[in-house]
Design a protein around this ligand. Structure first.
Ligand SMILES: Nc1nc2c(ncn2[C@@H]2O[C@H](COP(=O)(O)OP(=O)(O)O)[C@@H](O)[C@H]2O)c(=O)[nH]1
Ligand SMILES: [Mg+2]
Length: 313
């Protein structure tokens, strides 16, 4: 009924599903019109460009009108496209919904499942001293320090001795490393997957035969609790760099796609000499932005969004 636009409704939808403080803050920002206000501002600026072009088209034959303002037009369009792209560089809102992927890796019996259970404070994964106990990937979502995490336990990575099912598990572990935001590596130092997201961990610090790693590594014991707070702090700090800032507007994939389309139209008009075509590019840029706030939305899009709401909520 015109009380909320589409971007605000998407924010409200995220708010209803928010489970952590950071998710709630970001959702409140969008539901309160944070993104919509930006879109409105951009729309106004495109409208001004359109007005300039229309004036040019209508009056360019008359002497008393200023000569072509092509340069001003270009400058304004470039500045606007840059501003939109700046927002596109921010982390996507989806990361906030899906959580930071923390993958535990290392050879069998390095204490991965024990560490996972300690982090999520329940027996999510089976722990035993039999190598190859964890064969499939186990995912546990949890909020730490107001931030959504998805902890992922994997089958131990070993080159020999694994039977067929365990081998599939090892393959899956490698897939998980590739998609991880943070890898906690419990194997030998330097033997983990080559990734800038890797954090060296040596577990069993309570054990007499414990081998500590270099000074950058975390020495800890999920059994005695030693070193666990330090690891959690490190996870939270790293996560904050990856996630959108709760105080800033962030966009989801759908909104980013439309913003990209608007930038594409602005780029296309910049070197276009024909004012008729420039006017058309400006119109398509405006249409793309209209789809973010729902002013030009299709039934499909509305169904997709409102299908998630429960009637009466
Ligand atoms: N003393 C001690 N034992 C541990 C610790 N972490 C794991 N273990 C033991 O090491 C064995 C293998 O642990 P598990 O978590 O299943 O290793 P995974 O194969 O890497 O998942 C089990 O018997 C655990 O009880 C620890 O911090 N201290
Ligand atoms: Mg295990």
């Amino acid at each position: 009924h015109g009380k909320m636009d589409l971007a605000e409704s998407e924010g409200l939808s995220d708010l209803l599903f928010a489970e952590t403080e950071l998710q709630r803050k970001a959702a409140v920002r969008n539901a309160g019109g944070g993104l919509s206000r930006k879109i409105d501002d951009w729309q106004q600026r495109i409208l001004q460009l359109s007005a300039m072009v229309e004036a040019e088209l209508d009056f360019s034959d008359e002497d008393d009108v200023a000569p072509a303002q092509a340069e001003t037009l270009q400058r304004l369009a470039i500045a606007l496209a840059e501003e939109i792209r700046e927002l596109l560089k921010r982390p996507r809102a989806e990361k906030l919904r899906d959580g930071i992927r923390v993958v535990l890796g290392g050879p069998p019996n390095s204490g991965k499942s024990t560490l996972l259970n300690a982090l999520v404070e329940r027996e999510a994964a089976i722990v035993s001293d039999i190598a190859g106990t964890t064969r499939d990937v186990i995912e546990v979502p949890i909020g730490l320090g107001g931030i959504p995490f998805l902890f992922i336990d994997t089958a131990g990575v070993r080159d020999s001795g694994a039977e067929t099912i365990e081998k599939i598990g090892i393959e899956r572990a490698h897939e998980q490393f590739a998609a991880a935001d943070i890898i906690l590596w419990l194997g030998d130092e330097g033997q983990g997957p080559d990734s800038e997201n890797l954090v060296e961990v040596s577990s069993r610090s309570d054990h007499p035969e414990h081998i500590a790693k270099g000074k950058e590594a975390f020495s800890l014991s999920p059994v005695s609790g030693q070193g666990m707070d330090g690891l959690v702090d490190c996870l939270v700090t790293r996560a904050k760099d990856i996630l959108p800032d709760g105080d800033q507007v962030s966009v989801n994939a759908r909104q980013a796609d439309r913003m990209n389309a608007a930038c594409g139209s602005l780029d296309a008009m910049i070197h276009e000499p024909d004012y008729l075509i420039v006017a058309e590019h400006l119109r398509t840029a405006r249409m793309a932005l209209d789809e973010i706030t729902g002013k030009a939305s299709t039934e499909d899009m509305l169904d997709g969004l409102f299908g998630k709401f429960c009637i009466g909520k």
